[in-house]
Design a protein around this ligand. Structure first.
Ligand code: NDP
Ligand code: PHD
Length: 376
């Protein structure tokens, strides 16, 4: 894909937890080249290496160290074909709208625009066809846009469980109920995040807004993008059907645990299909799941979207052992077994800062290029 080409990209929120992952991942990207960095006025005007409190064990890529951080204003990013956003949600909404209005292509990690009716919520290993809403998003903007748009990726915990759910719906048809309990890493709360005295030797059984996000985001991601009812102009604007054909009930319970990176979750599901598939059939379907991102040659897509630990590894996945597999770009599933209440249950591990955040945005941008949504 794009052999020999260089595509200039910008990063908003470049100094944050997600921003640092962008910098690290893009340091070795085959065609994205970091060109502009944005953060708050506290950081603006400083070389990146002075502005950031770098928290990764790998060094800041040489090519990024001396880039001067700017304020998050579109004029500083005008040359960027792609703008990644890891902005604090308190400011992401307005800033991302301003970037879109300035004809920039924004790939956001923040929650602000996920519910917008013309903004796709894309987990790149699940629903790339939802990029099909972009022409409508551009045309409904006032004034209509030629190049600008916003694509969001999902909450990190949502990302973790919708990937196996998508694989199972592909193999066995709709799922009707899903119960999830999460054990979420501290890095999910950004930096400095949860106070050490609150999280050491402890579990905090509440993450504000997280359960609600998991419950509705999954419906937008796993549902279809269909022509809506006719409007006054006789057009049929597309809309996300929120899994309407087969109502999917989801109940999530979210907990913060003393792990640095990697959200672990236990998932139990009930299929519409009776009799349901066996645990062995579920294991095989998860392992066989292939993605459009891989088929289209997206360089950041994992070869194995879902790595399945079999019965010889009954104590996996674990965050410390499994979060860096494939640079955190896939998910790991283990302990697939029958459930005495619903049909099947298993454990999922998602690297919250990689496929749960920065890696998803990067693959989404690769998909947008592969599908011609961004014309270079
Ligand atoms: N951490 C995770 O696992 C995940 C996070 N997300 C989402 O991604 C986004 C970023 O999260 P995270 O990296 O954890 O957050 P951090 O708090 O670590 O970083 C926030 C970033 O936003 C910048 N910022 C803050 N205020 C302003 C402002 N007024 N103007 C411009 N820039 C500003 C900060 O710059 P400065 O350093 O100058 O203050 C920093 O670069 C959030 O919306 C979060 O919900 C999504 C999925 C997973
Ligand atoms: N709330 C998540 C991370 C996050 O920022 O989610 P969102 O992008 O949906 O606000 C966590 O704490 O692990």
């Amino acid at each position: 894909m794009l052999e020999g080409r260089q595509v200039k990209v910008g990063i908003l929120g470049a100094t944050g937890t997600v921003g640092q992952r962008f910098i690290s991942l893009l340091g070795s990207h085959p065609f994205f080249v970091v060109h502009a960095l944005g953060a708050s006025s506290r950081s603006a005007g400083k070389p990146y290496e002075q502005a950031v409190k770098w928290k990764l064990s790998t060094p800041i890529p040489q090519s990024t160290r001396s880039i001067i951080v700017s304020e998050c204003k579109p004029e500083f990013f005008a040359e960027c074909a792609v703008v990644f956003s890891g902005l604090d949600a308190d400011v992401a909404g307005e800033i991302e709208l301003a970037f879109r209005a300035a004809e920039l292509a924004v790939f956001s990690n923040s929650k602000n625009h996920r519910r917008d009716p013309d903004v796709p919520l894309i987990v790149p290993l699940v629903n790339p066809p939802h990029l099909g809403i972009i022409p409508q998003q551009r045309s409904l903007h006032n004034p209509p846009l030629k190049k600008g748009f916003i694509v969001t990726n999902a909450n990190c915990s949502t990302t973790g469980f919708v990937i196996p759910l998508a694989a199972l719906e592909k193999a066995f048809g709709p799922i009707e109920a899903c119960m999830i309990t999460t054990m979420q890493a501290i890095s999910g709360a950004g930096y400095p995040g949860v106070a050490s005295l609150d999280i050491f030797d402890n579990v905090v059984p509440y993450i504000s807004g997280e359960e609600e996000k998991m419950q509705w985001e999954a419906l937008k991601i796993l549902g279809g993008l269909t022509p809506g009812t006719s409007n006054a102009d006789g057009n049929h604007p597309k809309k996300f059907d929120m899994h309407a054909a087969h109502p999917l009930r989801i109940s999530a319970s979210c907990n913060r645990v003393p792990v640095i990176d990697g959200h672990t979750m236990t998932v139990s599901i009930r299929f519409v299909r009776r009799p349901p598939p066996s645990a062995q059939q579920v294991r095989e379907a998860l392992a066989a799941y292939s993605t459009e991102a891989l088929v289209l040659g997206c360089p950041s897509a994992p070869t194995e979207a879902i790595h399945v630990h079999d019965d010889s590894q009954p104590d996996r996945p674990q965050p410390r052992l499994d979060r860096e597999y494939q640079a955190g770009a896939g998910v790991s599933v283990g302990r697939v077994r029958e459930c005495a209440v619903l049909d099947v249950k298993f454990v999922v591990l998602v690297n919250n800062v990689c496929i749960g955040a920065a890696t998803s945005s990067i693959i989404n941008a690769e998909l947008a290029i592969a599908k011609g949504v961004i014309a270079l």
